[in-house]
Design a protein around this ligand. Structure first.
Ligand code: SAM
Length: 382
């Protein structure tokens, strides 16, 4: 894996130098193709310290557009990118068949897609909200003689998922940047992932990688539990589709850890920045394509057989009777959307069609993506 990564280093270096011109190069110094000049190292190390602080301890930079700062861009391309590349390679090392069609969502400079190329992927689509990021990903892939697709994607702005069907869809270090301050962030991310699942080919996988920090790891484990409960099957590293035991104690989390070796250029940067990077850590999950999840996208017909009831936690509840018996349908006021708004006006006897609701014990939770259509109003019966 490190050998494959070594081949990306001159490309990463070339791209970074192209972006910042000779900003960090004194006079007319010649530029070696496989290593940094001391002045360049200093700039990259400064960026590493800034970016690392911003993405880990205080997390002030999570969700920010840090690709426009030349030293942080250097830190990303020459330090974080190689780490992300190796994380993707390790997370996919047990995959039986290399994925042919890949979608790298929140790609940044595209280390996940690059790792997939090296595993035999035929085609990679790189998508991110940042134009600079997808351009970097595309330019890098072209430097490796690939023909990538690049597009803009921002789930917070409801940008659609890039078109196509994929054998692998990966989100690496992206989830924690989506709706970071929103108390409903877990549900929002789950709802986004459910939509993304529909772009998988049968037999395809969804790869989620997050930093091994306790808060980001625990958020991913909560997402895991929601998805498992909704019928999405885990392929690894978990062995059982049960609620994650690491969430039982508030201070616990779960991560993978691998022995690794870094390319010399990156090793030098790690030494200069005095980072402790003895092993590679991450929280990673691989989900499989699941028929059950596909069926959940299918519409279900219900006759409303109760009056509306507002429960203690302010959810609006109605009983719906359909092919699977009588179920409690519930909608939180914070999740009312244009698609599910008709639910608010339902009365006993109404006939409705519900699409993409989330199963829970004894009923269905309506989310922002759930569609509620009134087929026939009760008062129109006679
Ligand atoms: C920490 S970087 C990870 C990039 C890459 N996946 C990697 O592992 O190196 C997070 C990425 O998420 C992207 N991002 C942040 N918020 C986003 C949003 N609302 N929509 C799409 N992408 C977003 C950023 O532009 C950035 O490229």
């Amino acid at each position: 894996m490190t050998q494959d990564l070594n081949q990306w280093i001159p490309r990463l270096l070339k791209l970074w130098r192209k972006q910042c011109g000779r900003k960090f190069v004194p006079g007319r110094s010649a530029l070696p193709l496989d290593r940094l000049l001391p002045s360049e190292q200093t700039a990259v190390v400064q960026g590493m310290l800034k970016l690392s602080e911003g993405l880990t301890r205080q997390r002030k930079l999570a969700g920010e557009h840090y690709f426009s700062d030349p030293s942080m861009l250097g830190a990303y391309l020459l330090y974080f990118w190689p780490i992300s590349y190796l994380q993707a390679r390790y997370a996919l090392k047990d995959t039986q068949t290399p994925p042919a069609m890949v979608l790298d969502l929140g790609s940044g400079g595209g280390p996940l897609g690059a790792a997939c190329y090296d595993m035999g992927a035929r085609h990679v689509t790189f998508a991110d909200r940042s134009r600079v990021a997808v351009k970097l990903a595309g330019d890098l892939a072209r430097l490796a003689d690939r023909e990538p697709a690049v597009c803009l994607w921002d789930p917070q702005q409801n940008t659609g998922i890039p078109e196509g069907r994929f054998d692998l869809i990966g989100l690496e270090h992206v989830l924690n940047e989506l709706w970071p301050a929103d108390p409903e962030r877990i549900l929002r991310r789950v709802s986004m992932l459910r939509k993304i699942f529909t772009s998988l080919n049968p037999g395809g996988n969804m790869l989620l990688i997050e930093p091994a920090l306790t808060p980001t790891s625990r958020d991913l484990l909560q997402i895991r539990n929601h998805l498992v409960q909704q019928g999405y099957g885990l392929v690894g590293p978990c062995l059982a589709n049960q609620p994650c035991p690491a969430l039982e104690k508030p201070s616990d989390s779960c991560h993978s850890e691998y022995e690794w070796s870094l390319p010399p250029l990156v090793q030098d940067l790690v030494k200069l920045a005095r980072f402790q990077k003895k092993t590679l850590k991450m929280t990673n999950l691989l989900f499989g394509y699941s028929l059950r999840s596909e069926q959940q996208g299918k519409p279900q017909i219900f006759r409303i057989v109760s009056d509306p009831l507002v429960s203690k936690n302010k959810r609006l509840r109605l009983l719906g009777c359909g092919r699977n018996g009588r179920l409690s349908l519930a909608l939180k006021p914070t999740l009312v959307s244009r698609d599910n708004r008709p639910f608010l006006s339902l009365k006993r006897g109404d006939l409705i069609r519900v699409t993409s609701a989330v199963p829970r014990e004894g009923g269905l939770d309506l989310t922002e993506d759930t569609k509620v259509e009134v087929i026939l109003r009760a008062e129109k019966h006679n």
